[in-house]
Write a protein that binds this ligand. Sequence first.
Ligand SMILES: Cc1cc2nc3c(=O)[nH]c(=O)nc-3n(C[C@H](O)[C@H](O)[C@H](O)COP(=O)(O)OP(=O)(O)OC[C@H]3O[C@@H](n4cnc5c(N)ncnc54)[C@H](O)[C@@H]3O)c2cc1C
Length: 539
Amino acid sequence: MSSPIPDPIAAGIAAGWNVIDGASVAADRTIEADVVIIGSGAGGGVSAEILALAGLKVVIVEEGALKSSKDFKMREADAYPALYQESAARKTRDKAINILQGRTVGGSTTVNWTSSFRTPKPTLDYWQKNFGLASYTPALLAPWFDMMEARLSVGDWQAPPNENNDLLKRGAARLGIATGAIRRNVKGCWNLGYCGMGCPTNAKQSMLVTTIPSALSHGATLVTHARAQRLVFKGDAVDSLLCEAMDASGLAASGRVLTLRAKHFIVAGGAINSPALLLRSRAPNPHGLLGRRTFLHPTVISAGIFAQRVDGYAGAPQTIYSDHFLETGPVDGPIGYKLEAPPLHPLLLSTTMAGYGQAHTDTMRQFPHVQAVLALLRDGFHADAPGGSVGLTREGAALLDYPISEFLWDGVRRAMLSMAEIQFAAGAASVQPVHELAERYTSWDAAKKGIGALPMREHITRIVSAHVMGGCTMSDDERRGVVGANGRYHGVRNLSVHDGSLFPTAIGANPQLSIYAVTARLASDLARELTGKPAPRVA
Ligand SMILES: Cc1cc2nc3c(=O)[nH]c(=O)nc-3n(C[C@H](O)[C@H](O)[C@H](O)COP(=O)(O)OP(=O)(O)OC[C@H]3O[C@@H](n4cnc5c(N)ncnc54)[C@H](O)[C@@H]3O)c2cc1C
């Protein structure tokens, strides 16, 4: 029986899209284009559509596979190895922080949780003051936000929040803490709650179902299972890109090499991977900035156990937020944090929760009653939160070193306190901050004392991230930035960076919409420069 859900990928391939699966390439091969884009995620997808619509011959290179809704079975065990970097177990050098990033056509947008925020004004003000980014004002970016919100159907979420989110709202309200509703990039969402495993109904307006299909319908070529290994420089320009074709498992190189030649190259492999590619390529780095200032929104979690069922796996994830703890201090003061309620699924929860043996089993038995709040710490605005730096392993793979300062630990403790207080106010029977030495506190008083006394250290305090930003800082001043305000790599004529690695600090909000708007502007400027004509609008 055929599925009632249309499959835009199968339809596109049947209609003649140019898709080359690197795993099926039998001999070394050279491909020519006007523009080569490395990565098909937020920045790569947006750039591909705009440049293809401008009439340029675009080739998109993606390390991951091309999947479609029919492959998304709402099963964590299948999704994480197939769709994420390092099977969703990417870690910082000391293994203290677990990092989620996508590795599939659509990049992290294929697996993300759809929360859509414009770049907060205090973040843009900080960029202007400290990185000279005068054209990054709310007013000058507004048309690009408008365009990308329309293109990706960003809008208010009409269904009521699930209990996981509503408890955040109710608990905060009882304490007089303001919350807001999160806008989402969805169209006809079934309210399932499995966004992190790929949307099985094509409702999420990720790059997989929007910009990449549009680029392909306008003549772009997509090369999947192809890992950009090295840019080859000639003088002050990139001459070519060497890619390793991957085998069908997607885990190992097949031995075939793809050489891509183009007038212009756009690096959009996402933070961590983009600086790593540029480091492997020995791109100019006169001030040692490449890979530095990589930000994570280091994220800590608090689990509340409620008498009623919460069923945090069901229903749209992250529909309520609070910026109270970002707004109560200056952007460059003690670190602030944004609160949200993440989706809960058994594999992610069991590998994130503290404890082992019987205690862990007991927690997992309570799974339907667990409610989670997370705090995204806004790194990058203070000398003691300078982010991490990307380096390379001996084999040339990306590795992020992210030391956690006392300044950050102070924020972690305050965040754990705020979350526990909200959960008790919402009626939690007990609260367990995700920390190996935390107890399951049964009152706010006990939690206050307990959390106040917890040692804050790597490995015993669980820290995660799904928001990797920075590493190719934007600034027209070469002593402060790797690329200019226009995304062009300093000192290289035909190289741009169009992804989350551009940001000089963390965003202080979920980053996807910032990447869409910023890269839409950069790609439109580039299209105009390469064609001599104004770039087409995509919405
Ligand atoms: C689980 C999860 C939930 C999230 N939820 C939200 C949310 O609700 N709201 C929000 O705003 N943000 C969310 N994010 C973050 C958001 O999706 C990312 O910030 C955004 O997609 C990053 O865009 P990017 O272009 O920088 O990179 P990505 O979207 O990650 O794309 C990079 C692509 O480049 C490919 N690539 C990398 N290196 C190479 C190479 N050498 N050769 C070939 N290809 C390469 C990768 O495989 C990947 O497909 C979430 C992320 C995750 C993982």
